[in-house]
Design a binder for this molecule. Structure first.
Ligand code: UDP
Length: 236
């Protein structure tokens, strides 16, 4: 599969066209940003880890009946995926209070939420991905009612599957972000699921195994990303 044109370059990935108009190649970079691009850096081999972790989890979800963009991994940093039109709504799923939820609502980090919280953000870098609700989404025509209903159902299902799976490797799924795309009239799961987009805490020690190590300068960033890959695939 040959890369043709660079279609898009984001903060963590590049997307290339291929001969088949229904597919694209995603290439994962080591670049890391946080706080809406204010903090920048690189995390050695992050692109390799995120590519492998995300593909592992997308395959797990596919087997459990969640339609995704995943087609096949091409090499350590590149994956062939279905070309979607991204729905400009980021979905945040929360099981335990952390990050912006703790700050905004004054709930200490680590507090178990009595029920799962879904949040929607308007995907717009210039505005800093502001939080929106269903009414905004319909009023701005970011997604239809049918699409949002599929998106929320799928988000809860992904949460159930991933939380159960990660528990078995001693990882607590605190929260995560999902993106969805339109493909031939259907909503499918797109983007990535990795230590960049999830909060993973060690079940026993509470140690952070995710991008918070970079955001908060906690050290051992590369090691934490590698540890997640190792627990999921056995690969060092
Ligand atoms: N998240 C993400 N991309 C974003 C915003 C959030 O992947 O643009 C993830 C983040 O890694 C965390 C979850 O969504 O797992 C919730 O993030 P939060 O709203 O607490 O914001 P943060 O504290 O990460 O700024």
């Amino acid at each position: 599969m040959k890369k043709l044109l660079l279609l898009y370059e984001g903060k963590a990935k590049r997307v290339y066209s291929v001969e088949d108009p229904d597919l694209v190649i995603v290439e994962y970079k080591d670049d890391a940003t946080a706080f809406n691009g204010l903090k920048r850096g690189t995390i050695a081999d992050k692109g390799i880890v995120n590519n492998k972790v995300s593909n592992h989890l997308f395959q797990l979800l596919e087997r459990a009946g969640v339609p995704t963009h995943y087609v096949r991994q091409l090499n350590e940093r590149e994956t062939l995926v279905r070309k979607v039109e991204i729905v400009p709504v980021e979905v945040i799923v929360r099981n335990i209070a952390a990050g912006s939820l703790s700050k905004r609502l004054g709930i200490p980090e680590g507090t178990k939420l009595k029920s799962t919280v879904l949040e929607y953000c308007y995907k717009n870098d210039r505005l800093g991905d502001p939080m929106v609700n269903e009414y905004h989404i319909y009023a701005m025509e970011l997604a239809t009612r049918d699409e949002l209903s599929r998106i929320s159902d799928m988000s809860f299902k992904v949460n159930q599957i991933l939380s159960d799976y990660l528990k078995d490797v001693n990882i607590e799924l605190i929260d995560f972000k999902l993106e969805f795309g339109r493909f031939k009239g259907e909503i499918i799961l797109a983007d990535e699921i990795s230590p960049d987009t999830c909060r993973f805490w060690d079940s026993a020690t509470g140690e952070k195994l995710d991008k918070d190590r970079f955001r908060r300068d906690l050290g051992y960033v590369e090691e934490a990303y590698r540890e997640v890959l190792k627990r999921l695939t056995g690969e060092n």
